[in-house]
Design a protein around this ligand. Structure first.
Ligand code: FAD
Length: 502
């Protein structure tokens, strides 16, 4: 690893006075571990993005003091939560101070009357829900990274939940939160001035403004979360389909069926089926004729879920598909949090097993355009794989995207494996171009670059102005107004350009 310029002793001493010596980490291991991300990343140039120091604050006051110090000294600050983000958000592009928020994992009182709980940003959903179980309630943010993403990172990315059609996504589930601004002030944003109020028309919608910023507008230090009654019943069903077209049409009917208990409807295309088929740990036996999968999940009270399930099964059966059976369907649905194992099942095109890292596109695509984008994306990736066989097309899946309203558009994900060991400047450049084409196609069909993870990766980030139009200029104005010295996660979202002319 190249030598990284150490921060001034004076700065390190200042940080130690704020958080205590034992929470200022300067060792190579501590710093390298916190530069790591699971997504496709220019690993051959990794050493350029290792932080100079890691700090672990315990309170909003400490975070505020760190940020004030960094602002005085003009040192970049990068917040990091679980480190599971897939768009390099927590990678310190310009080095600096990495603020690891894992010690801020306090859990407040369970408020059953108002159905809310206040927690630190270092809390993870899996542990929180284990703790809430005896109370008969749960916090329903349920990403595939459920066991390892943390509340701070969920807000930092404006995350998307697998149960979103029933319970909403992060922006619907975080009622209010506290954030340290780039100049160190601590504010709370929510519905007006309320901590647990669900709706207010006072002032601007600042809660949403500070969500999905990838840490470019401040550091979240506390959040008040929505609690819902623990569902009495869960029903999941997987239907094997003879063609993608049938799966897509059936999925559309299920999405538009109007049942309020729908938590999600999902489609796998033939390449995703192939990927699952070659995967030694696949739960679903795949007959040769199976070209696609259409699946759905329902959550709610028994009295709602049972009749809805009957009707949804009738719709799916009418499509000519084959039901995989209750046991496999339940196993497959419960495996939704196992996606961390995905990269371990990489294969080169000639079938060789290879440890691959993983890119997953997460575009929001209008439902009528899903078949078209599937073809376009596969053609783009085929071209890349033909030129550089260190990449592998792992197929596409689509999932209902709208909170509470599971129709209109779908989160579409093409998964691409990459054999990182063989990455170099040429293959990295080819990947970035491919990623750009994938993102451009999403915009051209009337979709968005990202429905869940953010759009700050190489390749897609330069298309954000194309997607947002004039709103991107407003983003730059806001960034510059709130972060005059560009210390909060600089280099992200092309926002350095906000400082170019003065
Ligand atoms: C296997 C797997 C499955 C996944 N499935 C899903 C899924 O279903 N849905 C989904 O939405 N995402 C999914 N993701 C992506 C990822 O889990 C989410 O983006 C998640 O929200 C990131 O949370 P984190 O705690 O890991 O944050 P990090 O990766 O640490 O940070 C994410 C971003 O938030 C910023 N940030 C971190 N903490 C704070 C803070 N306190 N204040 C302000 N900004 C902060 C960081 O700087 C960074 O820009 C998946 C990832 C993996 C690896």
């Amino acid at each position: 690893m190249a030598t990284v310029t150490a921060l001034d002793d004076r700065v390190l001493e200042g940080l130690a006075e704020i958080v205590g010596h034992q929470y200022v980490l300067t060792s190579k291991t501590a710093r390298i571990n916190r530069a790591r991300v699971p997504s496709m990343f220019a690993v051959h140039r990794w050493e350029e993005h290792v932080p100079q120091v890691v700090v672990l604050p315990a309170s909003a006051h400490e975070v505020s003091e760190i940020v004030k110090l960094a602002n005085r000294e003009r040192i970049p600050v990068v917040p990091r939560a679980g480190g599971t983000g897939l768009v390099d958000g927590a990678v310190p592009l310009n080095r600096g101070i990495l603020v690891d928020i894992k010690r801020m994992d306090h859990v407040g009182e369970v408020d059953l009357a108002e159905r809310a709980i206040t927690v630190g940003p270092g809390v993870n959903m899996f542990k929180l829900n284990e703790m809430l179980r005896p109370y008969g309630v749960m916090y329903p943010d349920n990403p595939a990274s459920y066991t390892c993403a943390l509340v701070g990172g969920r807000i930092g990315t404006n995350g998307w939940s697998l149960l979103g059609a029933r319970f909403g996504h992060v922006r619907n589930l975080v009622i209010s939160f506290e954030i340290v601004l780039p100049t160190g002030e601590i504010i709370r944003v929510g519905e007006g001035g309320g901590i647990k109020t669900r709706s207010s028309s006072s002032g601007y919608r600042l809660k949403e403004l500070f969500m999905g910023t990838q840490g470019t507008l401040g550091i979240v230090t506390e959040a008040t979360l929505e609690l819902v009654k623990r569902p009495e019943a869960e029903f999941s069903a997987f239907w094997l389909q003879r063609s993608y077209d049938t799966a897509w049409k059936t999925g559309g009917e299920l999405m538009r069926s109007g049942y309020a208990t729908i938590a999600g409807v999902m489609l796998f295309d033939e390449r995703k089926v192939d990927f699952v088929r070659r995967d030694d740990e696949a739960y679903v036996p795949q007959p040769d004729w199976c070209e696609a999968v259409c699946a759905f999940a329902l959550y709610g009270n028994r009295a709602e879920v049972r009749p809805a399930a009957k009707e949804m099964m009738r719709i799916a059966k009418a499509s000519g598909g084959e039901y995989v059976g209750d046991e496999i369907a339940q196993l497959d649905w419960s495996a939704r949090h196992d996606r961390y194992a995905t990269p371990l099942h990489g294969r080169t095109p000639n079938g060789q097993v290879a440890p691959m890292s993983w890119h997953c596109e997460d575009a929001g695509i209008p439902y009528p355009k899903v078949p078209e984008i599937r073809k376009r994306w596969h053609a783009i990736v085929d071209d890349l794989v033909a030129r550089h066989p260190i990449f592998d097309d792992w197929g596409m899946f689509s999932y209902t995207n709208g909170p509470y309203k599971p129709w209109g558009d779908m989160l579409c994900e093409i998964d691409v494996g990459i054999w990182e060991e063989h990455l170099d400047d040429e293959t990295w450049g080819a990947w970035v171009d491919c990623k750009r084409e994938i993102a451009r196609a999403s915009i051209e069909v009337g979709g968005t670059i990202s429905a869940a993870h953010g759009s700050s990766r190489a390749g897609e980030v330069d298309l954000v102005p194309l997607e947002l139009g004039g709103a991107y200029d407003v983003m730059k104005t806001i960034k510059r107004a709130l972060d005059p010295n560009n210390i909060m996660n600089p280099g992200k979202y092309g926002l350095d350009s906000a400082y170019e002319d003065g």
